[in-house]
Write a protein that binds this ligand. Structure first.
Ligand code: ASP
Length: 714
């Protein structure tokens, strides 16, 4: 089973992954196009007997009798330095030769010297030295230097003199070693150049709106999105899209190897509530009706379990009409999976092994902090990290200060009113210790306090432990020396540290300190950016009270199962299931829900589902759906459960988030080929747009303006 094989030794496997890689890299050492002599010195007349010539359209395969890997040659330690030598293709891709090229621009090596080759690509750089014109020709595999000598190839020289950056060329020439001292060790092709005899201009190019050949040039993001096809030509985007492609390939392979069936589900469906606003699509065939775009294939994958598809997976496009953030777009891609006859441990076991394997295959050089992945309950995560998606690459855990503030009688009597009243009211007084930050300036403290307020706290108290033992901070005047000592001891702070304290309702204290912890951890460089720290969170509450609508709201999705021990709690206090109230036992029920966090982001979430109609109805009643309403919304699943439903559960992973984290990005736009701006527009396609004349009429619609409350949460 993969779970054992991959889960057991994740870290040693990282090295193994690298070694395997090296094998495939070196696997084609023997492939040489031309068994001829080792090239000619630059610009010398080639002498006879240079061996076979590889013409356009001929398979490299045919010539060599070997499969060609585009990964280039050399051991893993000689890995290409340039990003343009991205190993984008599978190793078993035989050849990318076409009538326009015999090789890619990242392929030729010193061992090819003497061969005739044809390359196609974009002009990355052009240097005109009069007699000699140098062109760096680029495709997504690499860059090859092409030289055109007026004396040897006057027509090609004439053509090359018209060439500008980003022109598309197909160039024929002889592969020659570069003169000693002119090799470029940064390019995998840097030992050779192509001495061109023919330059065909396939397409001309206007001056691009930004530098394509400078990966570090700062470019306004709107401009990047408007000219995304040019932005994607640049090295960083190429790299990231390749990484994402490798990641998705690994995901598919691991699932297929583990008995999953890939099934596509429709994107014109009926709403499956996942907590966001739906995108709706008016139906022409059923006037006055709408489809919803899926927020996730949740109901469909559960129906596939009832259908007997045992293990389902899909790389599914999902849509949620909500405000965008770094980790959210209106449309996004999920790895969606569901399994039958499983319990929580079985799903988590597979998913963990899959995540390890996908990480290894995609970024073998990045270590995984801990395997098996650490697991904590929702309660523990909030208590220790103030977050249900904790970044556990660094400690700086939240400390409960209450024991240092209450007297022997159990009553809070620290002398500082805010602490005492908060504790007396059942709130929490907790802290984080920022190492080495005792020297913080007044202005910085004000900024932190502002942040804390913006996060929802009423204020931020602090104690700075100056080197030498002096304790500073406005609250010192309220606290006795003993209390101060107890508090410092409790916090674990030492000289030079800063203790930041929040006193508030439990949720606010956790949330504010959790966010400050992440910000400070980042500022102090406490998290190793290279490390991947996966962590499981489970035992979430089934429901949260929705005061506005007087109902329980499923914390994750409406179908999540309940811990067997807690099933008895799915009750209202009044005994009437249609009258949920905040004091209901249901509020204490824990869900069979598990989330996987990675470096502080929620990467995936799923659950073991309820698979019995009666129990699902009970849960949906608590969620405020009448029997009629639930039949209307979830009728297919409820009815299906009457025809033999296997116990089942699954999870969904944000593919964009995963790719972003593996590619060291903080915004999923950076791993999305064509993302939307913050305001939901696509500056390249100019979407959304006013409908064509007649489009509304055909649907029986008229735009009457936006209601005033538009944009507010319902
Ligand atoms: N459908 C859920 C989501 O999109 C995931 C799951 O429970 O499988 O978050």
């Amino acid at each position: 089973m993969l779970a054992e094989a991959a889960g057991a030794d994740a870290l040693t496997g990282v090295e193994r992954g690298g070694a395997q890689d090296a094998d495939t890299v070196t696997g084609d050492e023997q492939i040489h196009l031309v068994p001829g002599r080792l090239g000619t010195p630059r610009h010398e007349e080639p002498k006879g007997g240079t061996g076979r010539v590889l013409g356009p359209g001929r398979d490299v395969d045919e010539q060599s009798g070997h499969a060609v890997s585009l990964r280039g040659r050399g051991s893993a330690s000689e890995r290409p330095v340039s990003g343009y030598d991205t190993p984008a293709m599978n190793d078993d891709t035989p050849s990318l030769a076409t009538p326009y090229r015999t090789h890619t621009c990242g392929q030729l090596r010193a061992t090819d010297a003497g061969a005739t080759a044809r390359l196609a690509g974009w002009v990355h750089r052009r240097r005109d030295h009069g007699q000699l014109i140098f062109l760096d020709l680029r495709d997504r595999h690499g860059i090859t230097q092409v030289v055109i000598d007026k004396a040897d190839a006057p027509v090609a020289h004439e053509d090359a003199s018209r060439v500008r950056p980003e022109f598309v060329l197909s160039v024929v020439g002889t592969v020659a070693p570069r003169l000693p001292g002119t090799e470029n060790s940064k390019l995998p092709t840097g030992a050779i150049e192509l001495q061109a005899t023919e330059v065909d201009i396939l397409s001309e190019a206007k001056t691009p709106p930004f530098y394509i050949n400078d990966p570090d040039a700062p470019v306004d993001e709107i401009l990047r999105l408007k000219y995304r096809y040019l932005d994607i030509r640049r090295e960083p985007m190429q790299q990231r899209l390749m990484l994402r492609s490798r990641m998705v390939q690994a995901i598919r392979e691991v699932h297929h190897a583990n008995g999953f069936v890939e099934v596509e589900t429709p994107t014109l469906i009926k709403s499956t509530p996942e907590g966001a606003r739906d995108f709706i699509v008016p139906s022409r065939l059923q006037p006055g009706m709408v489809y919803a775009l899926p927020q996730s294939p949740q109901q469909l994958k559960q129906l596939l379990m009832v259908a007997g598809i045992d293990r389902y997976m899909q790389i599914a496009r999902c849509y949620r009409d909500e405000d965008m953030r770094g980790d959210r777009q209106l449309e996004f891609t999920q790895l969606d999976l569901e399994m039958s006859f499983v319990d929580e441990a079985a799903v988590m076991g597979f998913v963990e092994a899959m995540a390890i394997e996908v990480s290894r295959r995609t970024v073998p050089e990045r270590p995984i902090l801990e395997t098996p992945f650490p697991k904590m309950t929702y309660e523990e995560a909030l208590e220790r990290f103030g977050s249900d998606k904790p970044d556990v690459r660094f400690a700086m855990e939240l400390v409960d200060l209450a024991p240092a503030l209450v007297g022997a009688d159990g009553l809070a009597a620290s002398g500082f009113g805010v602490f005492d009243t908060t504790l007396a009211a059942g709130g929490r007084v907790k802290a984080v210790v920022a190492p080495g930050m005792a020297g913080i300036t007044r202005r910085e403290i004000d900024e932190l306090t502002d942040r804390a307020r913006r996060f929802g706290a009423k204020g931020l108290a602090y104690l700075a432990l100056e080197p030498g033992g002096e304790v500073k901070g406005p609250i010192t005047k309220f606290l006795s020396a003993d209390t101060q000592r107890a508090l410092i001891e409790r916090s674990g702070a030492g000289e030079g540290d800063l203790i930041l304290i929040v006193a508030d309702r439990a949720e606010v204290t956790a949330d504010v300190l959790g966010r400050l912890r992440v910000e400070l951890g980042d500022r102090l460089g406490l998290a190793d950016p290279n490390v991947l720290s996966y962590v499981w969170i489970n035992r979430f509450p089934m429901y949260q009270w929705d005061a506005e609508n007087g109902r329980w709201h499923a914390t994750h999705n409406p179908f999540s199962g309940v811990l067997p021990d807690d099933e008895v709690l799915l009750e209202t206090a009044s005994g009437d299931p249609t009258r949920p109230a905040p004091e209901d036992p249901a509020g204490r029920a824990r869900a069979l829900q598990y989330d996987l966090a990675l470096n502080g982001w929620e990467l995936g979430g799923g659950s073991i589902r309820i698979h019995r109609r009666a129990l699902l109805e009970r849960s949906l009643l608590l969620q405020g759906h009448s029997l009629e309403a639930m039949q209307e919304k979830f009728g297919a699943v409820l009815d299906a459960f009457e025809y033999g439903a296997p116990p089942h559960g699954g999870i969904a992973f944000g593919i964009d988030r995963w790719a972003a984290l593996l590619a060291f990005q903080t915004n999923i736009r950076e791993v999305t080929a064509f993302p939307k701006t913050q305001s939901g527009t696509d500056p390249m396609l100019d979407a959304p747009s006013v409908p064509e004349p007649g489009q509304y009429e055909e649907l029986g619609l008229r735009f009457v303006g936006v209601p005033e409350k538009q944009g507010q949460e319902p």
